[in-house]
Design a protein around this ligand. Structure first.
Ligand code: CTP
Ligand code: MG
Length: 228
C-alpha cells in the first residue's frame, strides 16, 4: 500500500500575529514546518510530500525548508480556508497513492509513534484521526454568550492531526463537501459526514497546535526539553 503525506501550511497565522507565514516561524533554530516534516522521517511514505503554501510563496517555502526536510516536498498553493487547501493538496497527490496522512504544519511536536498508530488505524478502518479526551468541561454558548448547553464531557474528544484516510474515500468526501457547501476545520469530520466510520486514536498534549503566542512559547520550551 503506497502512502503519501499532505501537510497543510497555507494559513497566514493571524492569531499568532507574527510578521510572516506561521509555518515558517522559528522553532528553536529551524522553521516550524521543517520540524513538523522531520517527525515523518521514519514513516513509510512515498515522496514527494505535498505541502500547501500561501499564494505566491512556493519559492520562498522551498528555499526555507527543502534543505532541512527528510524527503522531497512539492509546494502547492492552498486556498482561502484550510478545507480548500486540503482539497488542492489531495488533487496534487500522485495517482498511485492508496493512503494519505494529513498533518498540520502547526503541530510540530507530533511523535513518530502517533503517526504510525494513526496510519495503522486508517489501514484497518479506512479513516482515523488523533484526538484527545477533553479535561475541561465544554460549554456551548448562544450568540449573546449565555450558556446554552453543557455536553457530556465523557464523550468529548479534542480533534488533532495526524488524520489518515484511504485516498479515494477522502477525495470523494471533499468533493462532495464542495458540491454541498459543507464547511469544517478538519477532514475526519468530512469523512464521517460522507458516511464513513472514523477511528479515534488517543493523541497527546505535546501534540499541541501552535495557534497563539502562548502556544509558541510552550512549543519552544517543549522543543528545548526534547533537545536537552
Ligand atoms: N491552513 C491551510 N490553508 C488555509 C488555512 C490554514 O493550509 N487557508 C493550514 C495552516 O497552515 C495550519 C493548519 O491549516 O497548518 C491549521 O490552521 P490554523 O491553525 O488555523 O492556522 P492559520 O489558519 O495559519 O492560523 P489563523 O487561523 O490564526 O490565521
Ligand atoms: Mg486558521
Amino acid at each position: 500500500m503506497k502512502s503519501a503525506l499532505l501537510v497543510p501550511a497555507a494559513g497566514l497565522g493571524l492569531r499568532l500575529g507574527w510578521d510572516g507565514p506561521k509555518a515558517l516561524v522559528d522553532l528553536g533554530g529551524a522553521p516550524m514546518l521543517a520540524v513538523t516534516l522531520s517527525r515523518f522521517a521514519a514513516a513509510d511514505l512515498t515522496p514527494p510530500a505535498v505541502v500547501t503554501v500561501p499564494p505566491g510563496q512556493a519559492a520562498g517555502f522551498d528555499r526555507a525548508v527543502s534543505a532541512l526536510s527528510p524527503f522531497p516536498c512539492a509546494f502547492v498553493e492552498g486556498g482561502a480556508e484550510r478545507q480548500d487547501s486540503v482539497l488542492a493538496g489531495l488533487e496534487a497527490l500522485p495517482d498511485f497513492t492508496d493512503l494519505v496522512v494529513i498533518h498540520d504544519a502547526a503541530r510540530p511536536l507530533v511523535s513518530p509513534e502517533m503517526v504510525q498508530a494513526v496510519m495503522d488505524a486508517a489501514r484497518e478502518h479506512g479513516a482515523a484521526t488523533a484526538a484527545l479526551p477533553v479535561t475541561d468541561t465544554i460549554l456551548q454558548a448562544d450568540a449573546e454568550a449565555f450558556l446554552a448547553d453543557t455536553p457530556d464531557r465523557s464523550l468529548l474528544w479534542a480533534c488533532q492531526t495526524p488524520q489518515a484516510f484511504r485516498l479515494d474515500l477522502i477525495l470523494e468526501a471533499h468533493r462532495r463537501a464542495r458540491r454541498e457547501g459543507w464547511r469544517t476545520t478538519d477532514d475526519a469530520t468530512l469523512a464521517r459526514r460522507a458516511g464513513h466510520p472514523v477511528k479515534l486514536v488517543r493523541g497527546a498534549q505535546e501534540n499541541l497546535k501552535v495557534t497563539t503566542p502562548f502556544d509558541l512559547r510552550l512549543a519552544l520550551r517543549l522543543r528545548r526539553e526534547e533537545k536537552a
